[in-house]
Structures are given as structure tokens and as C-alpha cells.
Ligand binder design. Sequence first.
Ligand SMILES: Nc1nc2c(ncn2[C@@H]2O[C@H](COP(=O)(O)OP(=O)(O)OP(=O)(O)O)[C@@H](O)[C@H]2O)c(=O)[nH]1
Length: 233
Amino acid sequence: MAIENNPVEVFDTVFNRNDTQLSSQLENDSLEARIFKIIVIGDSNVGKTCLTYRFCGGIFLKNPEATIGVDFREKTLELDGERIKLQIWDTAGQERFRKSMVEHYYRNVHAVVFVYDVTSLTSFESLPEWISECSRHSVGPMVPRILVGNKCDLRAHREVPTSHAQRMADGYNFPLFETSAKDPAEKEHVDSIFLTLAYRLKNHKPLRLKQPSESSSSLLWYQREHEATGCQC
Ligand SMILES: Nc1nc2c(ncn2[C@@H]2O[C@H](COP(=O)(O)OP(=O)(O)OP(=O)(O)O)[C@@H](O)[C@H]2O)c(=O)[nH]1
């Protein structure tokens, strides 16, 4: 089955979880690969799922369903001759879908991507609350954070000027990216968000995460497909 045929099924079969087993499984098992956990946070509908799909699968999802709990995607990168995996936690923006998972989002996180929608002032104004939640969950100041304004393709509907976003980013001392998960011409820009984090994380200590078993893992299938077709950064 080609990934384009049914990407939601491919990713979600094994890796959409909203239970407490997930975290302990990830934390207790032995390390098979150097993995960094990156969480993607922000209001519902800002495009977190689409950004992670664009980065991990190279595609744009027109009609993604609201994330329930968390979805995982992984991407293997080769940086300066070193292989690392980014394990990207696409979190639920809706409060009712994130309640039971919040503790798990933040545990042992290596980097955080805060996303807002440039056509929604409300989503931008929510950022301080997302940033505070992150700090409330003891994410240390050394954990890299990035601010991402998504949906830049909707130029006529923009509500958040770059200058405002830059002021906020400077205030927090985070890098700011503005991009579009939808516009194929922005693919490289989307990649650069995660690559920026990857380079910063390269010298960090990796999480000890389990490599899922080959027989049951859609994720490994996905990775093998992409490695076979050379679809890696
Ligand atoms: N025009 C445009 N639409 C986008 C873009 N990114 C996402 N969308 C659309 O915005 C809607 C929400 O996208 P999602 O990726 O599901 O948003 P989310 O932040 O993951 O939402 P939750 O799972 O509810 O937290 C979908 O209809 C997408 O097709 C973009 O860059 N441009």
C-alpha cells in the first residue's frame, strides 16, 4: 500500500494513543536508536498535524481529523554523518482530547514547537498560555523552543503581522518561522523548522526509547518505505 493511498491509516494504526501505557513503554525499553522527542503544541486547527505530515511524509493533508490524545511520527535524518531520529508528538489542541495525556507530552521532552495560525489572532494570543503550560510541566529553560506561524498561504486573511510575532518571539528569545504546510513551495521551509531543532539537539543526551517490533509496526513500515525511496533529509 502506498502511503499516499491512506496516510491516516498508516500512521494511526499503531501510533495514535491516548492511554497511560504509552509513556512507560517508551521510557522503560532499551535503546535501539538515538531518538529525540519533539512536541508540537498550539490551539486546535492551527495546522500541527499538517505541518508534521508535511515534514515526515512530504504531503499535505486536506481533511485531517482532530488529534485525539497524541499522534506520533518519526523521521530519520543524517546530520554531519550521524543518524538521528526525531520522534514528533503531534498533540491535541482541543482540551477535551488532551486532558489525560498532558503529563506524557511534556515528560522527557527534548524540544518544543509552538504553532499558531497567522489568520487567527486568537491562536496567536493563546501562545503565552501554551508557553506557561510548558514551564508548569517543568520543561527546563535549556530545552529548545521554536515559534511557528502557519497558513501563510492565506495572505488575504492574515491577522497576525510578522512584526507582532517577531516581537513576541524576541521577548521569549525563541526563533520565529512563518510558513505554510499547504504550499508545496514551503516544504523546504517546513523542513528547516525541524532541522534547526535537530542540529541544536544533536549533542543532547538521547531518550531511551523502544524500537517498535517489526511485525506490528506501521511506523517501521513507513520508515522502510521512505528509506527505500530515499525520502529522508
Ligand atoms: N490554507 C491552509 N490550511 C491549512 C494549513 N495547515 C493546515 N491547514 C488546514 O487547517 C485545518 C486544521 O489542520 P490540522 O493540521 O488538523 O490542525 P491541528 O492544529 O493539528 O488541529 P487539532 O488536531 O485539533 O489540534 C485543516 O483543514 C487543514 O487542511 C496551511 O498551511 N494552509
